[in-house]
Write a protein that binds this ligand. Structure first.
Ligand SMILES: NC(=O)c1ccc[n+]([C@@H]2O[C@H](COP(=O)([O-])OP(=O)(O)OC[C@H]3O[C@@H](n4cnc5c(N)ncnc54)[C@H](OP(=O)(O)O)[C@@H]3O)[C@@H](O)[C@H]2O)c1
Length: 248
């Protein structure tokens, strides 16, 4: 895909991986980032004056519609939708504590909202000359980490959805990519605390963004550096043969 002269929306683009992608693409594209916390969006705009910011909670139907109207009114369309926003919560069912259901529920943010975003922006993408949908899943879609049981399940669901969407859109111009990050240490995902020191494994959001941009440019549809592609390949070897048989 071509990564210049596009209108690009990055959900959750004020921090972490989304911000690193915004930084890598904002010189040659018109980039809009959204998120719930206005202070984070303003901070992001201070460090990248070329980006455009719009407060939006992607789980809210009203706010999604406001975001769509903002993009239509200010940019006239959308070429690339990056479904990046996500949350991760440790949940231990053995404690019999179901409080998580009242909080930022991962199913709503990590899975349902991605589908609603895809659906509401589809008419604009279908009109674009260089359209793409880029879903951010995780290596944990393939091998769950049991501390985060709902998170891992939402990412596995997003992986499955991405495969079906790619297949359904195969006769349109829309390319469907899936980014499957390994551990990226300098983001707010874990407890909102950014770790700036490189751990023994994983990579920085800046290193990761470089690999992602290079892979997108080369139309690599499943982007999983740092071992993630190996995890998914273990499961996939037989999968695509069966998938192709079932989805002629
Ligand atoms: N870091 C890793 O190791 C890793 C590994 C695999 C996959 N991932 C995935 O990568 C994506 C980005 O995560 P990250 O690591 O960069 O963490 P991050 O820094 O916490 O970024 C997540 C962003 O999502 C936004 N967000 C959360 N809920 C939202 C909502 N309802 N509406 C709009 N925006 C929302 C957050 O902003 P607000 O709170 O202001 O809304 C935040 O800016 C996530 O999907 C994550 O699951 C990360």
């Amino acid at each position: 895909m071509k990564i210049n002269n596009n209108v690009i929306l990055i959900t959750g683009g004020a921090t972490g991986i989304g911000f690193a992608l915004a930084r890598a693409m904002c010189e040659n594209n018109r980039v809009i980032i959204c998120g719930r916390r206005e202070n984070k969006l303003i901070e992001a705009k201070k460090s990248l004056p070329k980006i455009n910011i719009k407060k939006c909670d992607i789980t809210s139907k009203t706010e999604r519609k406001e975001l769509l109207d903002y993009i239509l009114n200010n940019f006239g369309g959308l070429d690339i939708l990056i479904n990046n926003a996500g949350v991760q919560k440790p949940i231990n069912f053995a404690l019999g504590n179901n409080e998580f259901i009242d909080n930022d529920f991962e199913i709503d943010i990590n899975f349902k909202a991605q589908i609603y975003m895809t659906s509401i922006f589809m008419p604009l993408l279908l009109k674009s000359n260089n359209p793409s949908i880029i879903n951010v899943s995780s290596g944990l879609a393939f091998v769950p980490l049991s501390n985060f049981p709902i998170y891992c399940a939402t990412k596995a669901a997003l992986h499955s959805f991405s495969i079906s969407l790619r297949h359904q859109l195969r006769n349109t111009n829309i390319k469907v990519f899936e980014i499957m990050p390994p551990y990226i240490y300098d983001t707010e995902l874990k407890d909102g605390k950014i770790n700036l020191e490189k751990p023994p494994f994983g990579m920085s959001s800046e290193e990761f963004a470089k690999i992602v941009i290079n892979s997108l440019t080369n139309d690599k549809y499943e982007i999983g550096p740092g071992g993630t592609n190996d995890l998914s390949n273990v499961i996939k070897e037989d999968f695509y043969k069966k998938f192709d048989m079932m989805n002629k």
